[in-house]
Design a protein around this ligand. Sequence first.
Ligand SMILES: Cc1ncc(C[n+]2csc(CCOP(=O)(O)OP(=O)(O)O)c2C)c(N)n1
Ligand code: SF4
Length: 280
Amino acid sequence: MNFKTKSKIIWCKGCGNFGILTALQKAFEQLGLNSNQIMAVYGIGCHGHMANYLRVYNFEAIHGRTLPVAIGAKLANKELKVIAIAGDGDQLGEGGNHLIHASRKNPDITCLIHNNQIYSLTVGQASPTSEKGMKTKTTPQGVVDPQLNPLALGIASGATFVARSFSGDIPHLVNILTQAINHQGFSLVDILQPCVSLNHTNTFTWYRERIYKLEETGYLPNAKNLAFQKSQEWGEKIPTGIFYQEERLTLEEQLLPDKNEILAKQPLETSIKKLLSEFQ
Ligand SMILES: Cc1ncc(C[n+]2csc(CCOP(=O)(O)OP(=O)(O)O)c2C)c(N)n1
Ligand code: SF4
């Protein structure tokens, strides 16, 4: 199945988003999925341009609100694979609250954070993951706040699959994405995505000098306390891989236990006109 569209890609040359697009398309192929089985919901940002490049059902939500829309879509049609595609500003700033509650509720959806550690579409303001001391348009004297840690937040809030990968390592990213999409429950993937135009600190080289793979160290992602501890590692060495995974009932399994009950396929028993008249 071909997941490419004919749209002209307008990301900057060398942008880390290219690797994520390629890896996602490969992951869908490896999982044997068709375009009409997948729904992607985007925030607003450079990452959101992917809505034009990925041939699946696409919905561009408003800034920070990918997850409520994605959860609604999954509840309406649980046969769909639903992927929320967000930026670090989008998901950890404006949409931070939604990440906590999606992790807690465990809907069977996947959330990808294109983490370029800056607000890119609006050309370079500090985001919640910008490095301390980094000079940006909103922090001319350097960021003073500590970085927000998406993995630690996901683990602490109850996410049942928490992983990190790098857009410069496509085989690793494909592997993590296939496992995240296959996971039954809320899967959170923090993707280190260099923004070559606006973030001159966290470059491809910077990451390559620091990244190592948890799976090559004998690490097992089944202990929450250890996962939380590992998620704190950042700086000289940056771990990637699956930090934590557990099985827990999903939101849909609890709210819609009948496997055959697909809300979107039920006959509409009410008159929309009558319903709307109640709000006039
Ligand atoms: C509620 C709201 N606040 C602010 C904006 C303006 N805005 C649009 S995109 C963006 C930054 C996007 O940064 P990020 O989410 O990190 O995505 P990136 O562009 O880096 O992919 C901002 C602040 C908006 N559209 N809506
Ligand atoms: S500004 Fe940064 S994130 Fe946006 S397209 Fe260019 S390199 Fe990519």
